[in-house]
Design a protein around this ligand. Sequence first.
Ligand SMILES: *Cc1c(COP(=O)(O)O)cnc(C)c1O
Length: 386
Amino acid sequence: MTIPVNEPLMTGNELKYVTDCIETNWISSAGKYLERFETAWAEYCGQKHGIGVSNGTAALELAVEILAFPKGSEIIMPSFTIISCGQAIVKNGYVPVLVDCDPETYCMDTSQIESKITKRTVAIMPVHIYGHSCDMDPILDIASRYKLMVIEDAAEAHGGEYFSKKAKAWRRCGSFGHLSCFSFYANKIITTGEGGMVLTSDEKLAERLRKHRSLCFLKSPRFLHYHIGNNFRMTNIQAALGLAQLEYIDKTIKRKIDMAKKYSDLLKGLPLQLPTQRGWAKNVIWMYSVALKQFEKDCLKLSTKEYEKWPNYKIMDRLAEQGVQTRPFFIGMHEQPIFQGLGYFKDESYPVTERLARTGFYLPSGQAITDAQIDKTAAALKGLFQ
Ligand SMILES: *Cc1c(COP(=O)(O)O)cnc(C)c1O
């Protein structure tokens, strides 16, 4: 029997709330669960407004879209992230500008940001990776000095925290951006199946987000349009799932952290880089990630076409043979054929991202995983090093 890389577990009021939606016929994109989830999630994360959307990719697209920068504006983002981030920028007619990631937290290397700022820079897009917060103080400091917007992607860090020296307080991921984006995909800490949200504390931005989420209808006359919008609406049923899960998010995060402790104990001593936690972060370990420390250096030169020879793929194949499902790390934005084809990132290299793409993968770490499955996964991985 295969151990799935992720399986959600719903143990609260999910069924009760969804049933209520169906019994009352509030199944579309209006209803009390949507309002309650938007309000509750915004409050949990430390922002004033929540705008529920259909998924995390839509959240990013919407956030970038409503800022309405001049075409060709540049947004600084990490090379090590999901394609959704780069796409949101390119689809809106802006230019993604990359920085490499930190070799231990995998979040954007904040020391590289300032050298990438030009006259066209309008925003920074920090992405918290695998549950660990970005180092937000320097990012916010640069943003305020250069008057840049901050579009935070907190899809992987629900409930994750950062100690802001400036604010002298712990703050949740998603509280920092002018706009912050979340996904509630099935493998995220809170899931609505598919779903997402944009948070902001700016009333005007919130209004624009709501408008552009729903085809830019006017209040009256409804069917007169001055702007191109989207149908990115979240349903009341999705929100019912989200609200039910938010009620026990502490338990969910505790399970993630306990799971990680168990994995880390079992994998101790192997030539693997395990998840880390800087003093200023509370890592919610969205996924339990490992990166190989020992490999032939030549493999770092293997192209994306030769991915089957990458050290992580070789190990993942052998784990799959033993019934352990895994997922590789992200492949850098600069190595994506779609962006290269569009002429971006020519001759650019981000060595940390390139190494992680070829050596990193994550282990089964969904809520439904059992301790026995963790034992089996760790044993299978250990066996490959003997
Ligand atoms: C999952 C994820 C997204 C995209 O969310 P979807 O709901 O799958 O569209 C965006 N950013 C990050 C960092 C993610 O992990």
